[in-house]
Ligand binder design. Structure first.
Ligand SMILES: C[S@@+](CC[C@H](N)C(=O)[O-])C[C@H]1O[C@@H](n2cnc3c(N)ncnc32)[C@H](O)[C@@H]1O
Length: 198
């Protein structure tokens, strides 16, 4: 099954399953966006738009996702925002270099088959000095996590990888530095990581 098909099938249930569990982590992550910022924000892998209510009012934002059925659920959440939805691939973003002031990567790096490439693409489209806000589940370097590694081949096909080590991505992606890295949910399996585009 492709990820596009599985997220199409999951789309009616997504908010119910994912919404409440991560509400507070989303709010914490997005609080880093400046109020009254002038540039546009990219929500890369926006899903059903659960981040939209936590963006600064009046924010100009673009939500990109591979799955039309997920994107279709965003519009009703985009009140008080200048919002555009784009169907596309995080691994080959259809935007010019430095098109965005900031970018949000919530629950997408562990989903795509090539997390380093998705991060590099995001870095490419954010201007120097901008923030990239990551919220996702990552293993620590050297962490064994046998159950997660056992389940990973199936989980990666239908919804998300369980074996991504954030520290393995950084050496492959120049032009960015870690500003903060905090535990978020599930005993720090999920982390809030703020990056700055250099
Ligand atoms: C776990 S959901 C996260 C959605 C949202 N960011 C959130 O925090 O709720 C993963 C999303 O990534 C999308 N997706 C999967 N592969 C993608 C790709 N290659 N490019 C863009 N979006 C992709 C799926 O359609 C789905 O909407």
């Amino acid at each position: 099954m492709s990820l596009k098909l599985s997220y199409t099938l999951l789309s009616p249930l997504y908010d119910l399953v994912v919404g409440p569990a991560f509400r507070s982590a989303r709010r914490r992550s997005l609080a880093a966006l400046p109020r009254g910022g002038s540039g546009a924000v990219l929500l890369n892998g926006i899903g059903t738009g659960l981040d939209l209510p936590w963006l600064p009012p009046g924010c100009r934002c673009v939500g990109l996702d591979l799955t039309r059925a997920m994107l279709a659920r965003c519009a009703r959440r985009a009140t008080n925002l200048e919002f555009a939805a784009v169907q596309g691939d995080s691994l080959a973003l259809p935007f010019r270099d430095a098109s965005f002031e900031h970018a949000v990567l919530h629950l997408i790096l562990a989903v795509v088959p090539d997390a380093a490439r998705a991060l590099a693409e995001t870095v490419r489209v954010v201007r120097a000095g901008g923030s990239i806000l990551v919220f996702d589940k990552f293993l620590r370097p050297g962490q064994r996590a046998p159950l997660r590694r056992l389940l990973n081949p199936l989980a990666a096909r239908v919804a998300t990888r369980l074996d991504v080590v954030f520290e393995d991505l950084l050496p492959k992606v120049p032009g960015v530095r870690v500003v903060s890295d905090e535990p978020a949910v599930a005993s720090s399996w999920f982390r809030l990581i703020r990056l700055e585009r250099l």
